[in-house]
Design a binder for this molecule. Structure first.
Ligand code: CDP
Length: 215
C-alpha cells in the first residue's frame, strides 16, 4: 500500500506547517483535512445553513467543488485560501465537525489523496479513522500558552488585530469540543508517537518526524 504519515493534534500545535514541510521534504502528497471542514463551514455560512442542519451540511460536504492547487485552495472557481482561516469559519468548522454524517461524507475525499509515492495527512482523526493503517502516526502537541501565542503571531503577521486572552479562550473551547465529541474525538492513538513542540521550532519538528519515517 501507499505509505501514509498521519499527524494529529490540537489547534495551533504546528501541524499544518510541519506536515506541509515534511511532505515537501519527502516529495509526498499533502492533505490538510481541516481545510475540508473549513470549506464546508464557509459554504454553509454563505448559504445561511445553520450548524445543526446535519442533512444539508452532509450534502454540502458531498457536493463541495474543491481544488487544492499548490498552497492555494479553491471553492468552485474562487480562491478561498484566506477566507477559510477567519475565526468565524474556525468556530463553525469545529461545530460542523461533530456530525457523523458530515465526517462520513468527507471520508472518501480524504482517502483519495493517498497516491504514490506517499501521503502526509494532518488533522484530528487521520490515525484513528481515515488512515488507521498509516505506517507512522504522530500526535503533535504544545502547551496552550504556546499555541495561543503562535495563533496571535500568525494574525499579527497578517496585519490583523488580535487579543491573546480571547484567542486562548477560543482555542480552549475548540479543543474541548474536538476532545469531547462522540464521533472521532481528538485523542492520541495508542500506536502514535507523541511530539511536544512547546520548545521546538518547525524545522526541528520536521527533522524529528523525518527521522522517524526513515527508521
Ligand atoms: O488550524 P487548526 O488546527 O485550528 O484547525 P484545522 O486543522 O484547520 O481544523 C478546523 C476544525 O475542523 C477543527 O477544529 C476540528 O473541529 C475539525 N477537524 C476535524 O474534526 N477532523 C479533522 N481531521 C480535521 C479538522
Amino acid at each position: 500500500p501507499v505509505p501514509v504519515v498521519a499527524i494529529d493534534g490540537p489547534t495551533a500545535s504546528g501541524k499544518g506547517t510541519v506536515a506541509a514541510r515534511l511532505a515537501e521534504r519527502l516529495g509526498w502528497h499533502y492533505l490538510d483535512s481541516g481545510a475540508l471542514y473549513r470549506l464546508v463551514a464557509l459554504a454553509a455560512l454563505r448559504r445561511g445553513v445553520p450548524v445543526e442542519e446535519v442533512a444539508m451540511l452532509a450534502r454540502l460536504a458531498r457536493e463541495l467543488e474543491v481544488r487544492f492547487a499548490g498552497d492555494r485552495i479553491f471553492l468552485a472557481d474562487e480562491d478561498v485560501t484566506e477566507a477559510i482561516r477567519t475565526e468565524e469559519v474556525s468556530a463553525a468548522a469545529s461545530r460542523i465537525a461533530v456530525h457523523g454524517a458530515v465526517r462520513e461524507a468527507l471520508l472518501e475525499r480524504q482517502r483519495a489523496f493517498r497516491r504514490r509515492p506517499g501521503l502526509v495527512a494532518e488533522g484530528r482523526d487521520m490515525g484513528s479513522v481515515v488512515f488507521p493503517d498509516a505506517e507512522l502516526k504522530v500526535f503533535l502537541t504544545a502547551s496552550v500558552e504556546v499555541r495561543a501565542e503562535r495563533r496571535f503571531k500568525q494574525l499579527i503577521d497578517k496585519g490583523m488585530s488580535a487579543n491573546i486572552e480571547r484567542l486562548r479562550e477560543e482555542l480552549e473551547a475548540r479543543d474541548l469540543r474536538d476532545r469531547e465529541r462522540a464521533i472521532a474525538p481528538l485523542q492520541q492513538c495508542p500506536d502514535a508517537l507523541r511530539l511536544d513542540t512547546s520548545l521546538m521550532g518547525v524545522e526541528e519538528a520536521v527533522e524529528v518526524i523525518f527521522d522517524w519515517v526513515r527508521t
